[in-house]
Design a protein around this ligand. Structure first.
Ligand code: FAD
Length: 409
């Protein structure tokens, strides 16, 4: 899979991509659903920690796959990368799903505090101590590596919701605290999809035969998994909001650069320049009200250090932890000391870092400092198509990829 712990640098992401690309064609299409375990010969890329933090861009992975296999030859892999773009766009156009998820976490914590039986069942699941050996294995795998194969995530979430009958939001929170690729859109919306809250009438039901086949016979949970699942009813669909548009931006002598863990490749957007100030801010602890795994925080921390090294500034301030009021104030003080009245940053999509940015904006505004967020062309181009299901999105995304490639040629 990836070295443990994976190196959170752009260079390491590219090296990992280059090593994977020969397998991004037929090999990936044939074997991507198989989970041979953490030490097995899995054929998926393991690139998600870099893609999630934009230490690698979606288009870099897609272009590399097309260069080697052609669009049709690598179509399955490209579609999977586009699932990420789709979920990001879907969430951006319905941020209420993020806020509802946070509210559902709070509500579930309240339920757990009141209900001793639920609290005990939750602890049993989080300890990997249930009577389902496959589930227990995945709990430990996630805690030990920060990664689970996509199919294992689907089985895990389905068992959590329909067999263990635990609140889905607490399962999503467990993932977000432990996954190195923990992403507010992909994670929240995938959990909603499994629970039957995304596609009405279609919850994802894990089955023993499927687990047995795709784990290469490692697990056979049999009757312990509940497959008699009633689809939730009365699901409300929030209205679809706008997608961010391209913005005009310019750099003046009083413009600084703000780097967040949601986009660690700002030089590919703004170019490498002589910034009067470069600040990297860490917001990992905003991912959950619970404790985020050290491995996850360390990955984001190292990624920010890598981004700072690639974007030196007149006064590079280093990493500031936004989890505290001191962190927010430190950004304002650094900007004021450097005579900066505007901080340019790659657009921060809905999620914990955007929540942190909202808190930062009000602190900056007190000193008349503006934060300008610049969306990337990839997102501006593709997110408008995230209106319905993935396959409608893909119908729009595929020609956009072809068109984009023709303008590059
Ligand atoms: C319940 C659940 C929770 C999930 N939580 C996250 C999450 O927090 N962060 C996250 O990045 N992905 C999440 N996924 C999606 C998917 O499982 C991971 O992206 C994938 O397993 C990452 O491994 P990989 O890089 O080896 O994938 P590959 O199979 O090599 O796929 C290539 C890339 O495409 C993207 N991708 C693939 N499948 C999906 C998908 N279904 N949705 C979105 N992007 C995808 C990833 O960026 C991945 O690196 C979740 C899926 C489920 C079912």
């Amino acid at each position: 899979m990836f070295p443990t712990p994976p190196d959170a640098s752009h260079e390491a992401g590219l090296a990992h991509l280059n090593a994977f690309i020969p397998h991004a064609g037929a090999d990936y299409a044939r074997w991507r659903n198989h989970d041979f375990g953490p030490d097995g010969d899995n054929r998926v890329s393991g690139l998600s920690p870099w893609l999630r933090h934009r230490l690698l861009l979606e288009e870099t992975a897609i272009d590399a796959a097309i260069d080697t296999h052609g669009l049709e030859g690598a179509e399955k892999y490209i579609q999977e990368v586009c699932w990420r773009t789709y979920w990001k766009g879907f969430m951006e156009r319905r941020p209420v799903h993020w806020h509802d998820y946070r509210a559902a976490c709070d509500e579930a914590h309240g339920q757990v505090a009141r209900d001793g039986r639920l609290a005990a069942d939750l602890q049993t699941a989080l300890d990997g101590d249930t009577d389902i050996d496959a589930f227990n294995f995945w709990v430990h795998e996630l805690r030990d590596t920060g990664y689970l194969h996509n199919h294992a995530r689907m089985w895990f979430a389905s068992i959590w919701v329909f067999t263990l009958e635990l609140p889905w939001a607490l399962g999503a929170d467990f993932f977000l605290r432990h996954l190195l690729d923990g992403d507010p859109a992909s994670n929240t919306l995938s959990w909603r999809w499994v629970a039957g809250l995304h596609t009405p009438g279609k919850p994802y039901i894990a089955r023993s035969s499927n687990i047995n086949k795709y784990t290469n016979g490692r697990f056979n949970p049999g009757y312990r998994i509940n497959t008699q699942v009633a689809a939730p009813e009365g699901i409300e669909r929030p209205p679809v909001g706008p997608s961010p548009l391209a913005v005009d931006w310019a750099v003046t002598p009083t413009t600084g650069l703000l780097i967040t863990e949601d986009d660690l490749l700002p030089e590919s957007l703004f170019g490498t320049r002589d910034w009067p100030l470069v600040i990297a801010v860490q917001s990992t602890d905003w991912r959950s009200s619970g404790s985020v795994a050290d491995r996850v925080r360390d990955f984001a921390h190292a990624g920010l250090a890598d981004a700072l090294a690639r974007n030196p500034g007149g006064r590079t301030i280093g990493r500031i932890d936004l989890a505290t009021a001191d962190g927010l104030t430190a950004v304002r003080e650094a900007a004021t000391a450097a005579g900066v009245d505007r901080l340019l940053t790659p657009y921060v999509p809905t999620g914990p870092t955007a929540d942190a940015m909202a808190a930062l904006d009000s602190v900056l505004a007190a000193d008349g400092i503006e934060r300008q967020a610049v969306p990337r062309d990839w997102d501006v181009l593709h997110w408008p198509a995230a209106t319905h299901g993935f396959f409608r999105f893909w119908k729009a995304a595929r020609p956009l990829i072809i068109e984009r490639r023709s303008t590059l040629a």
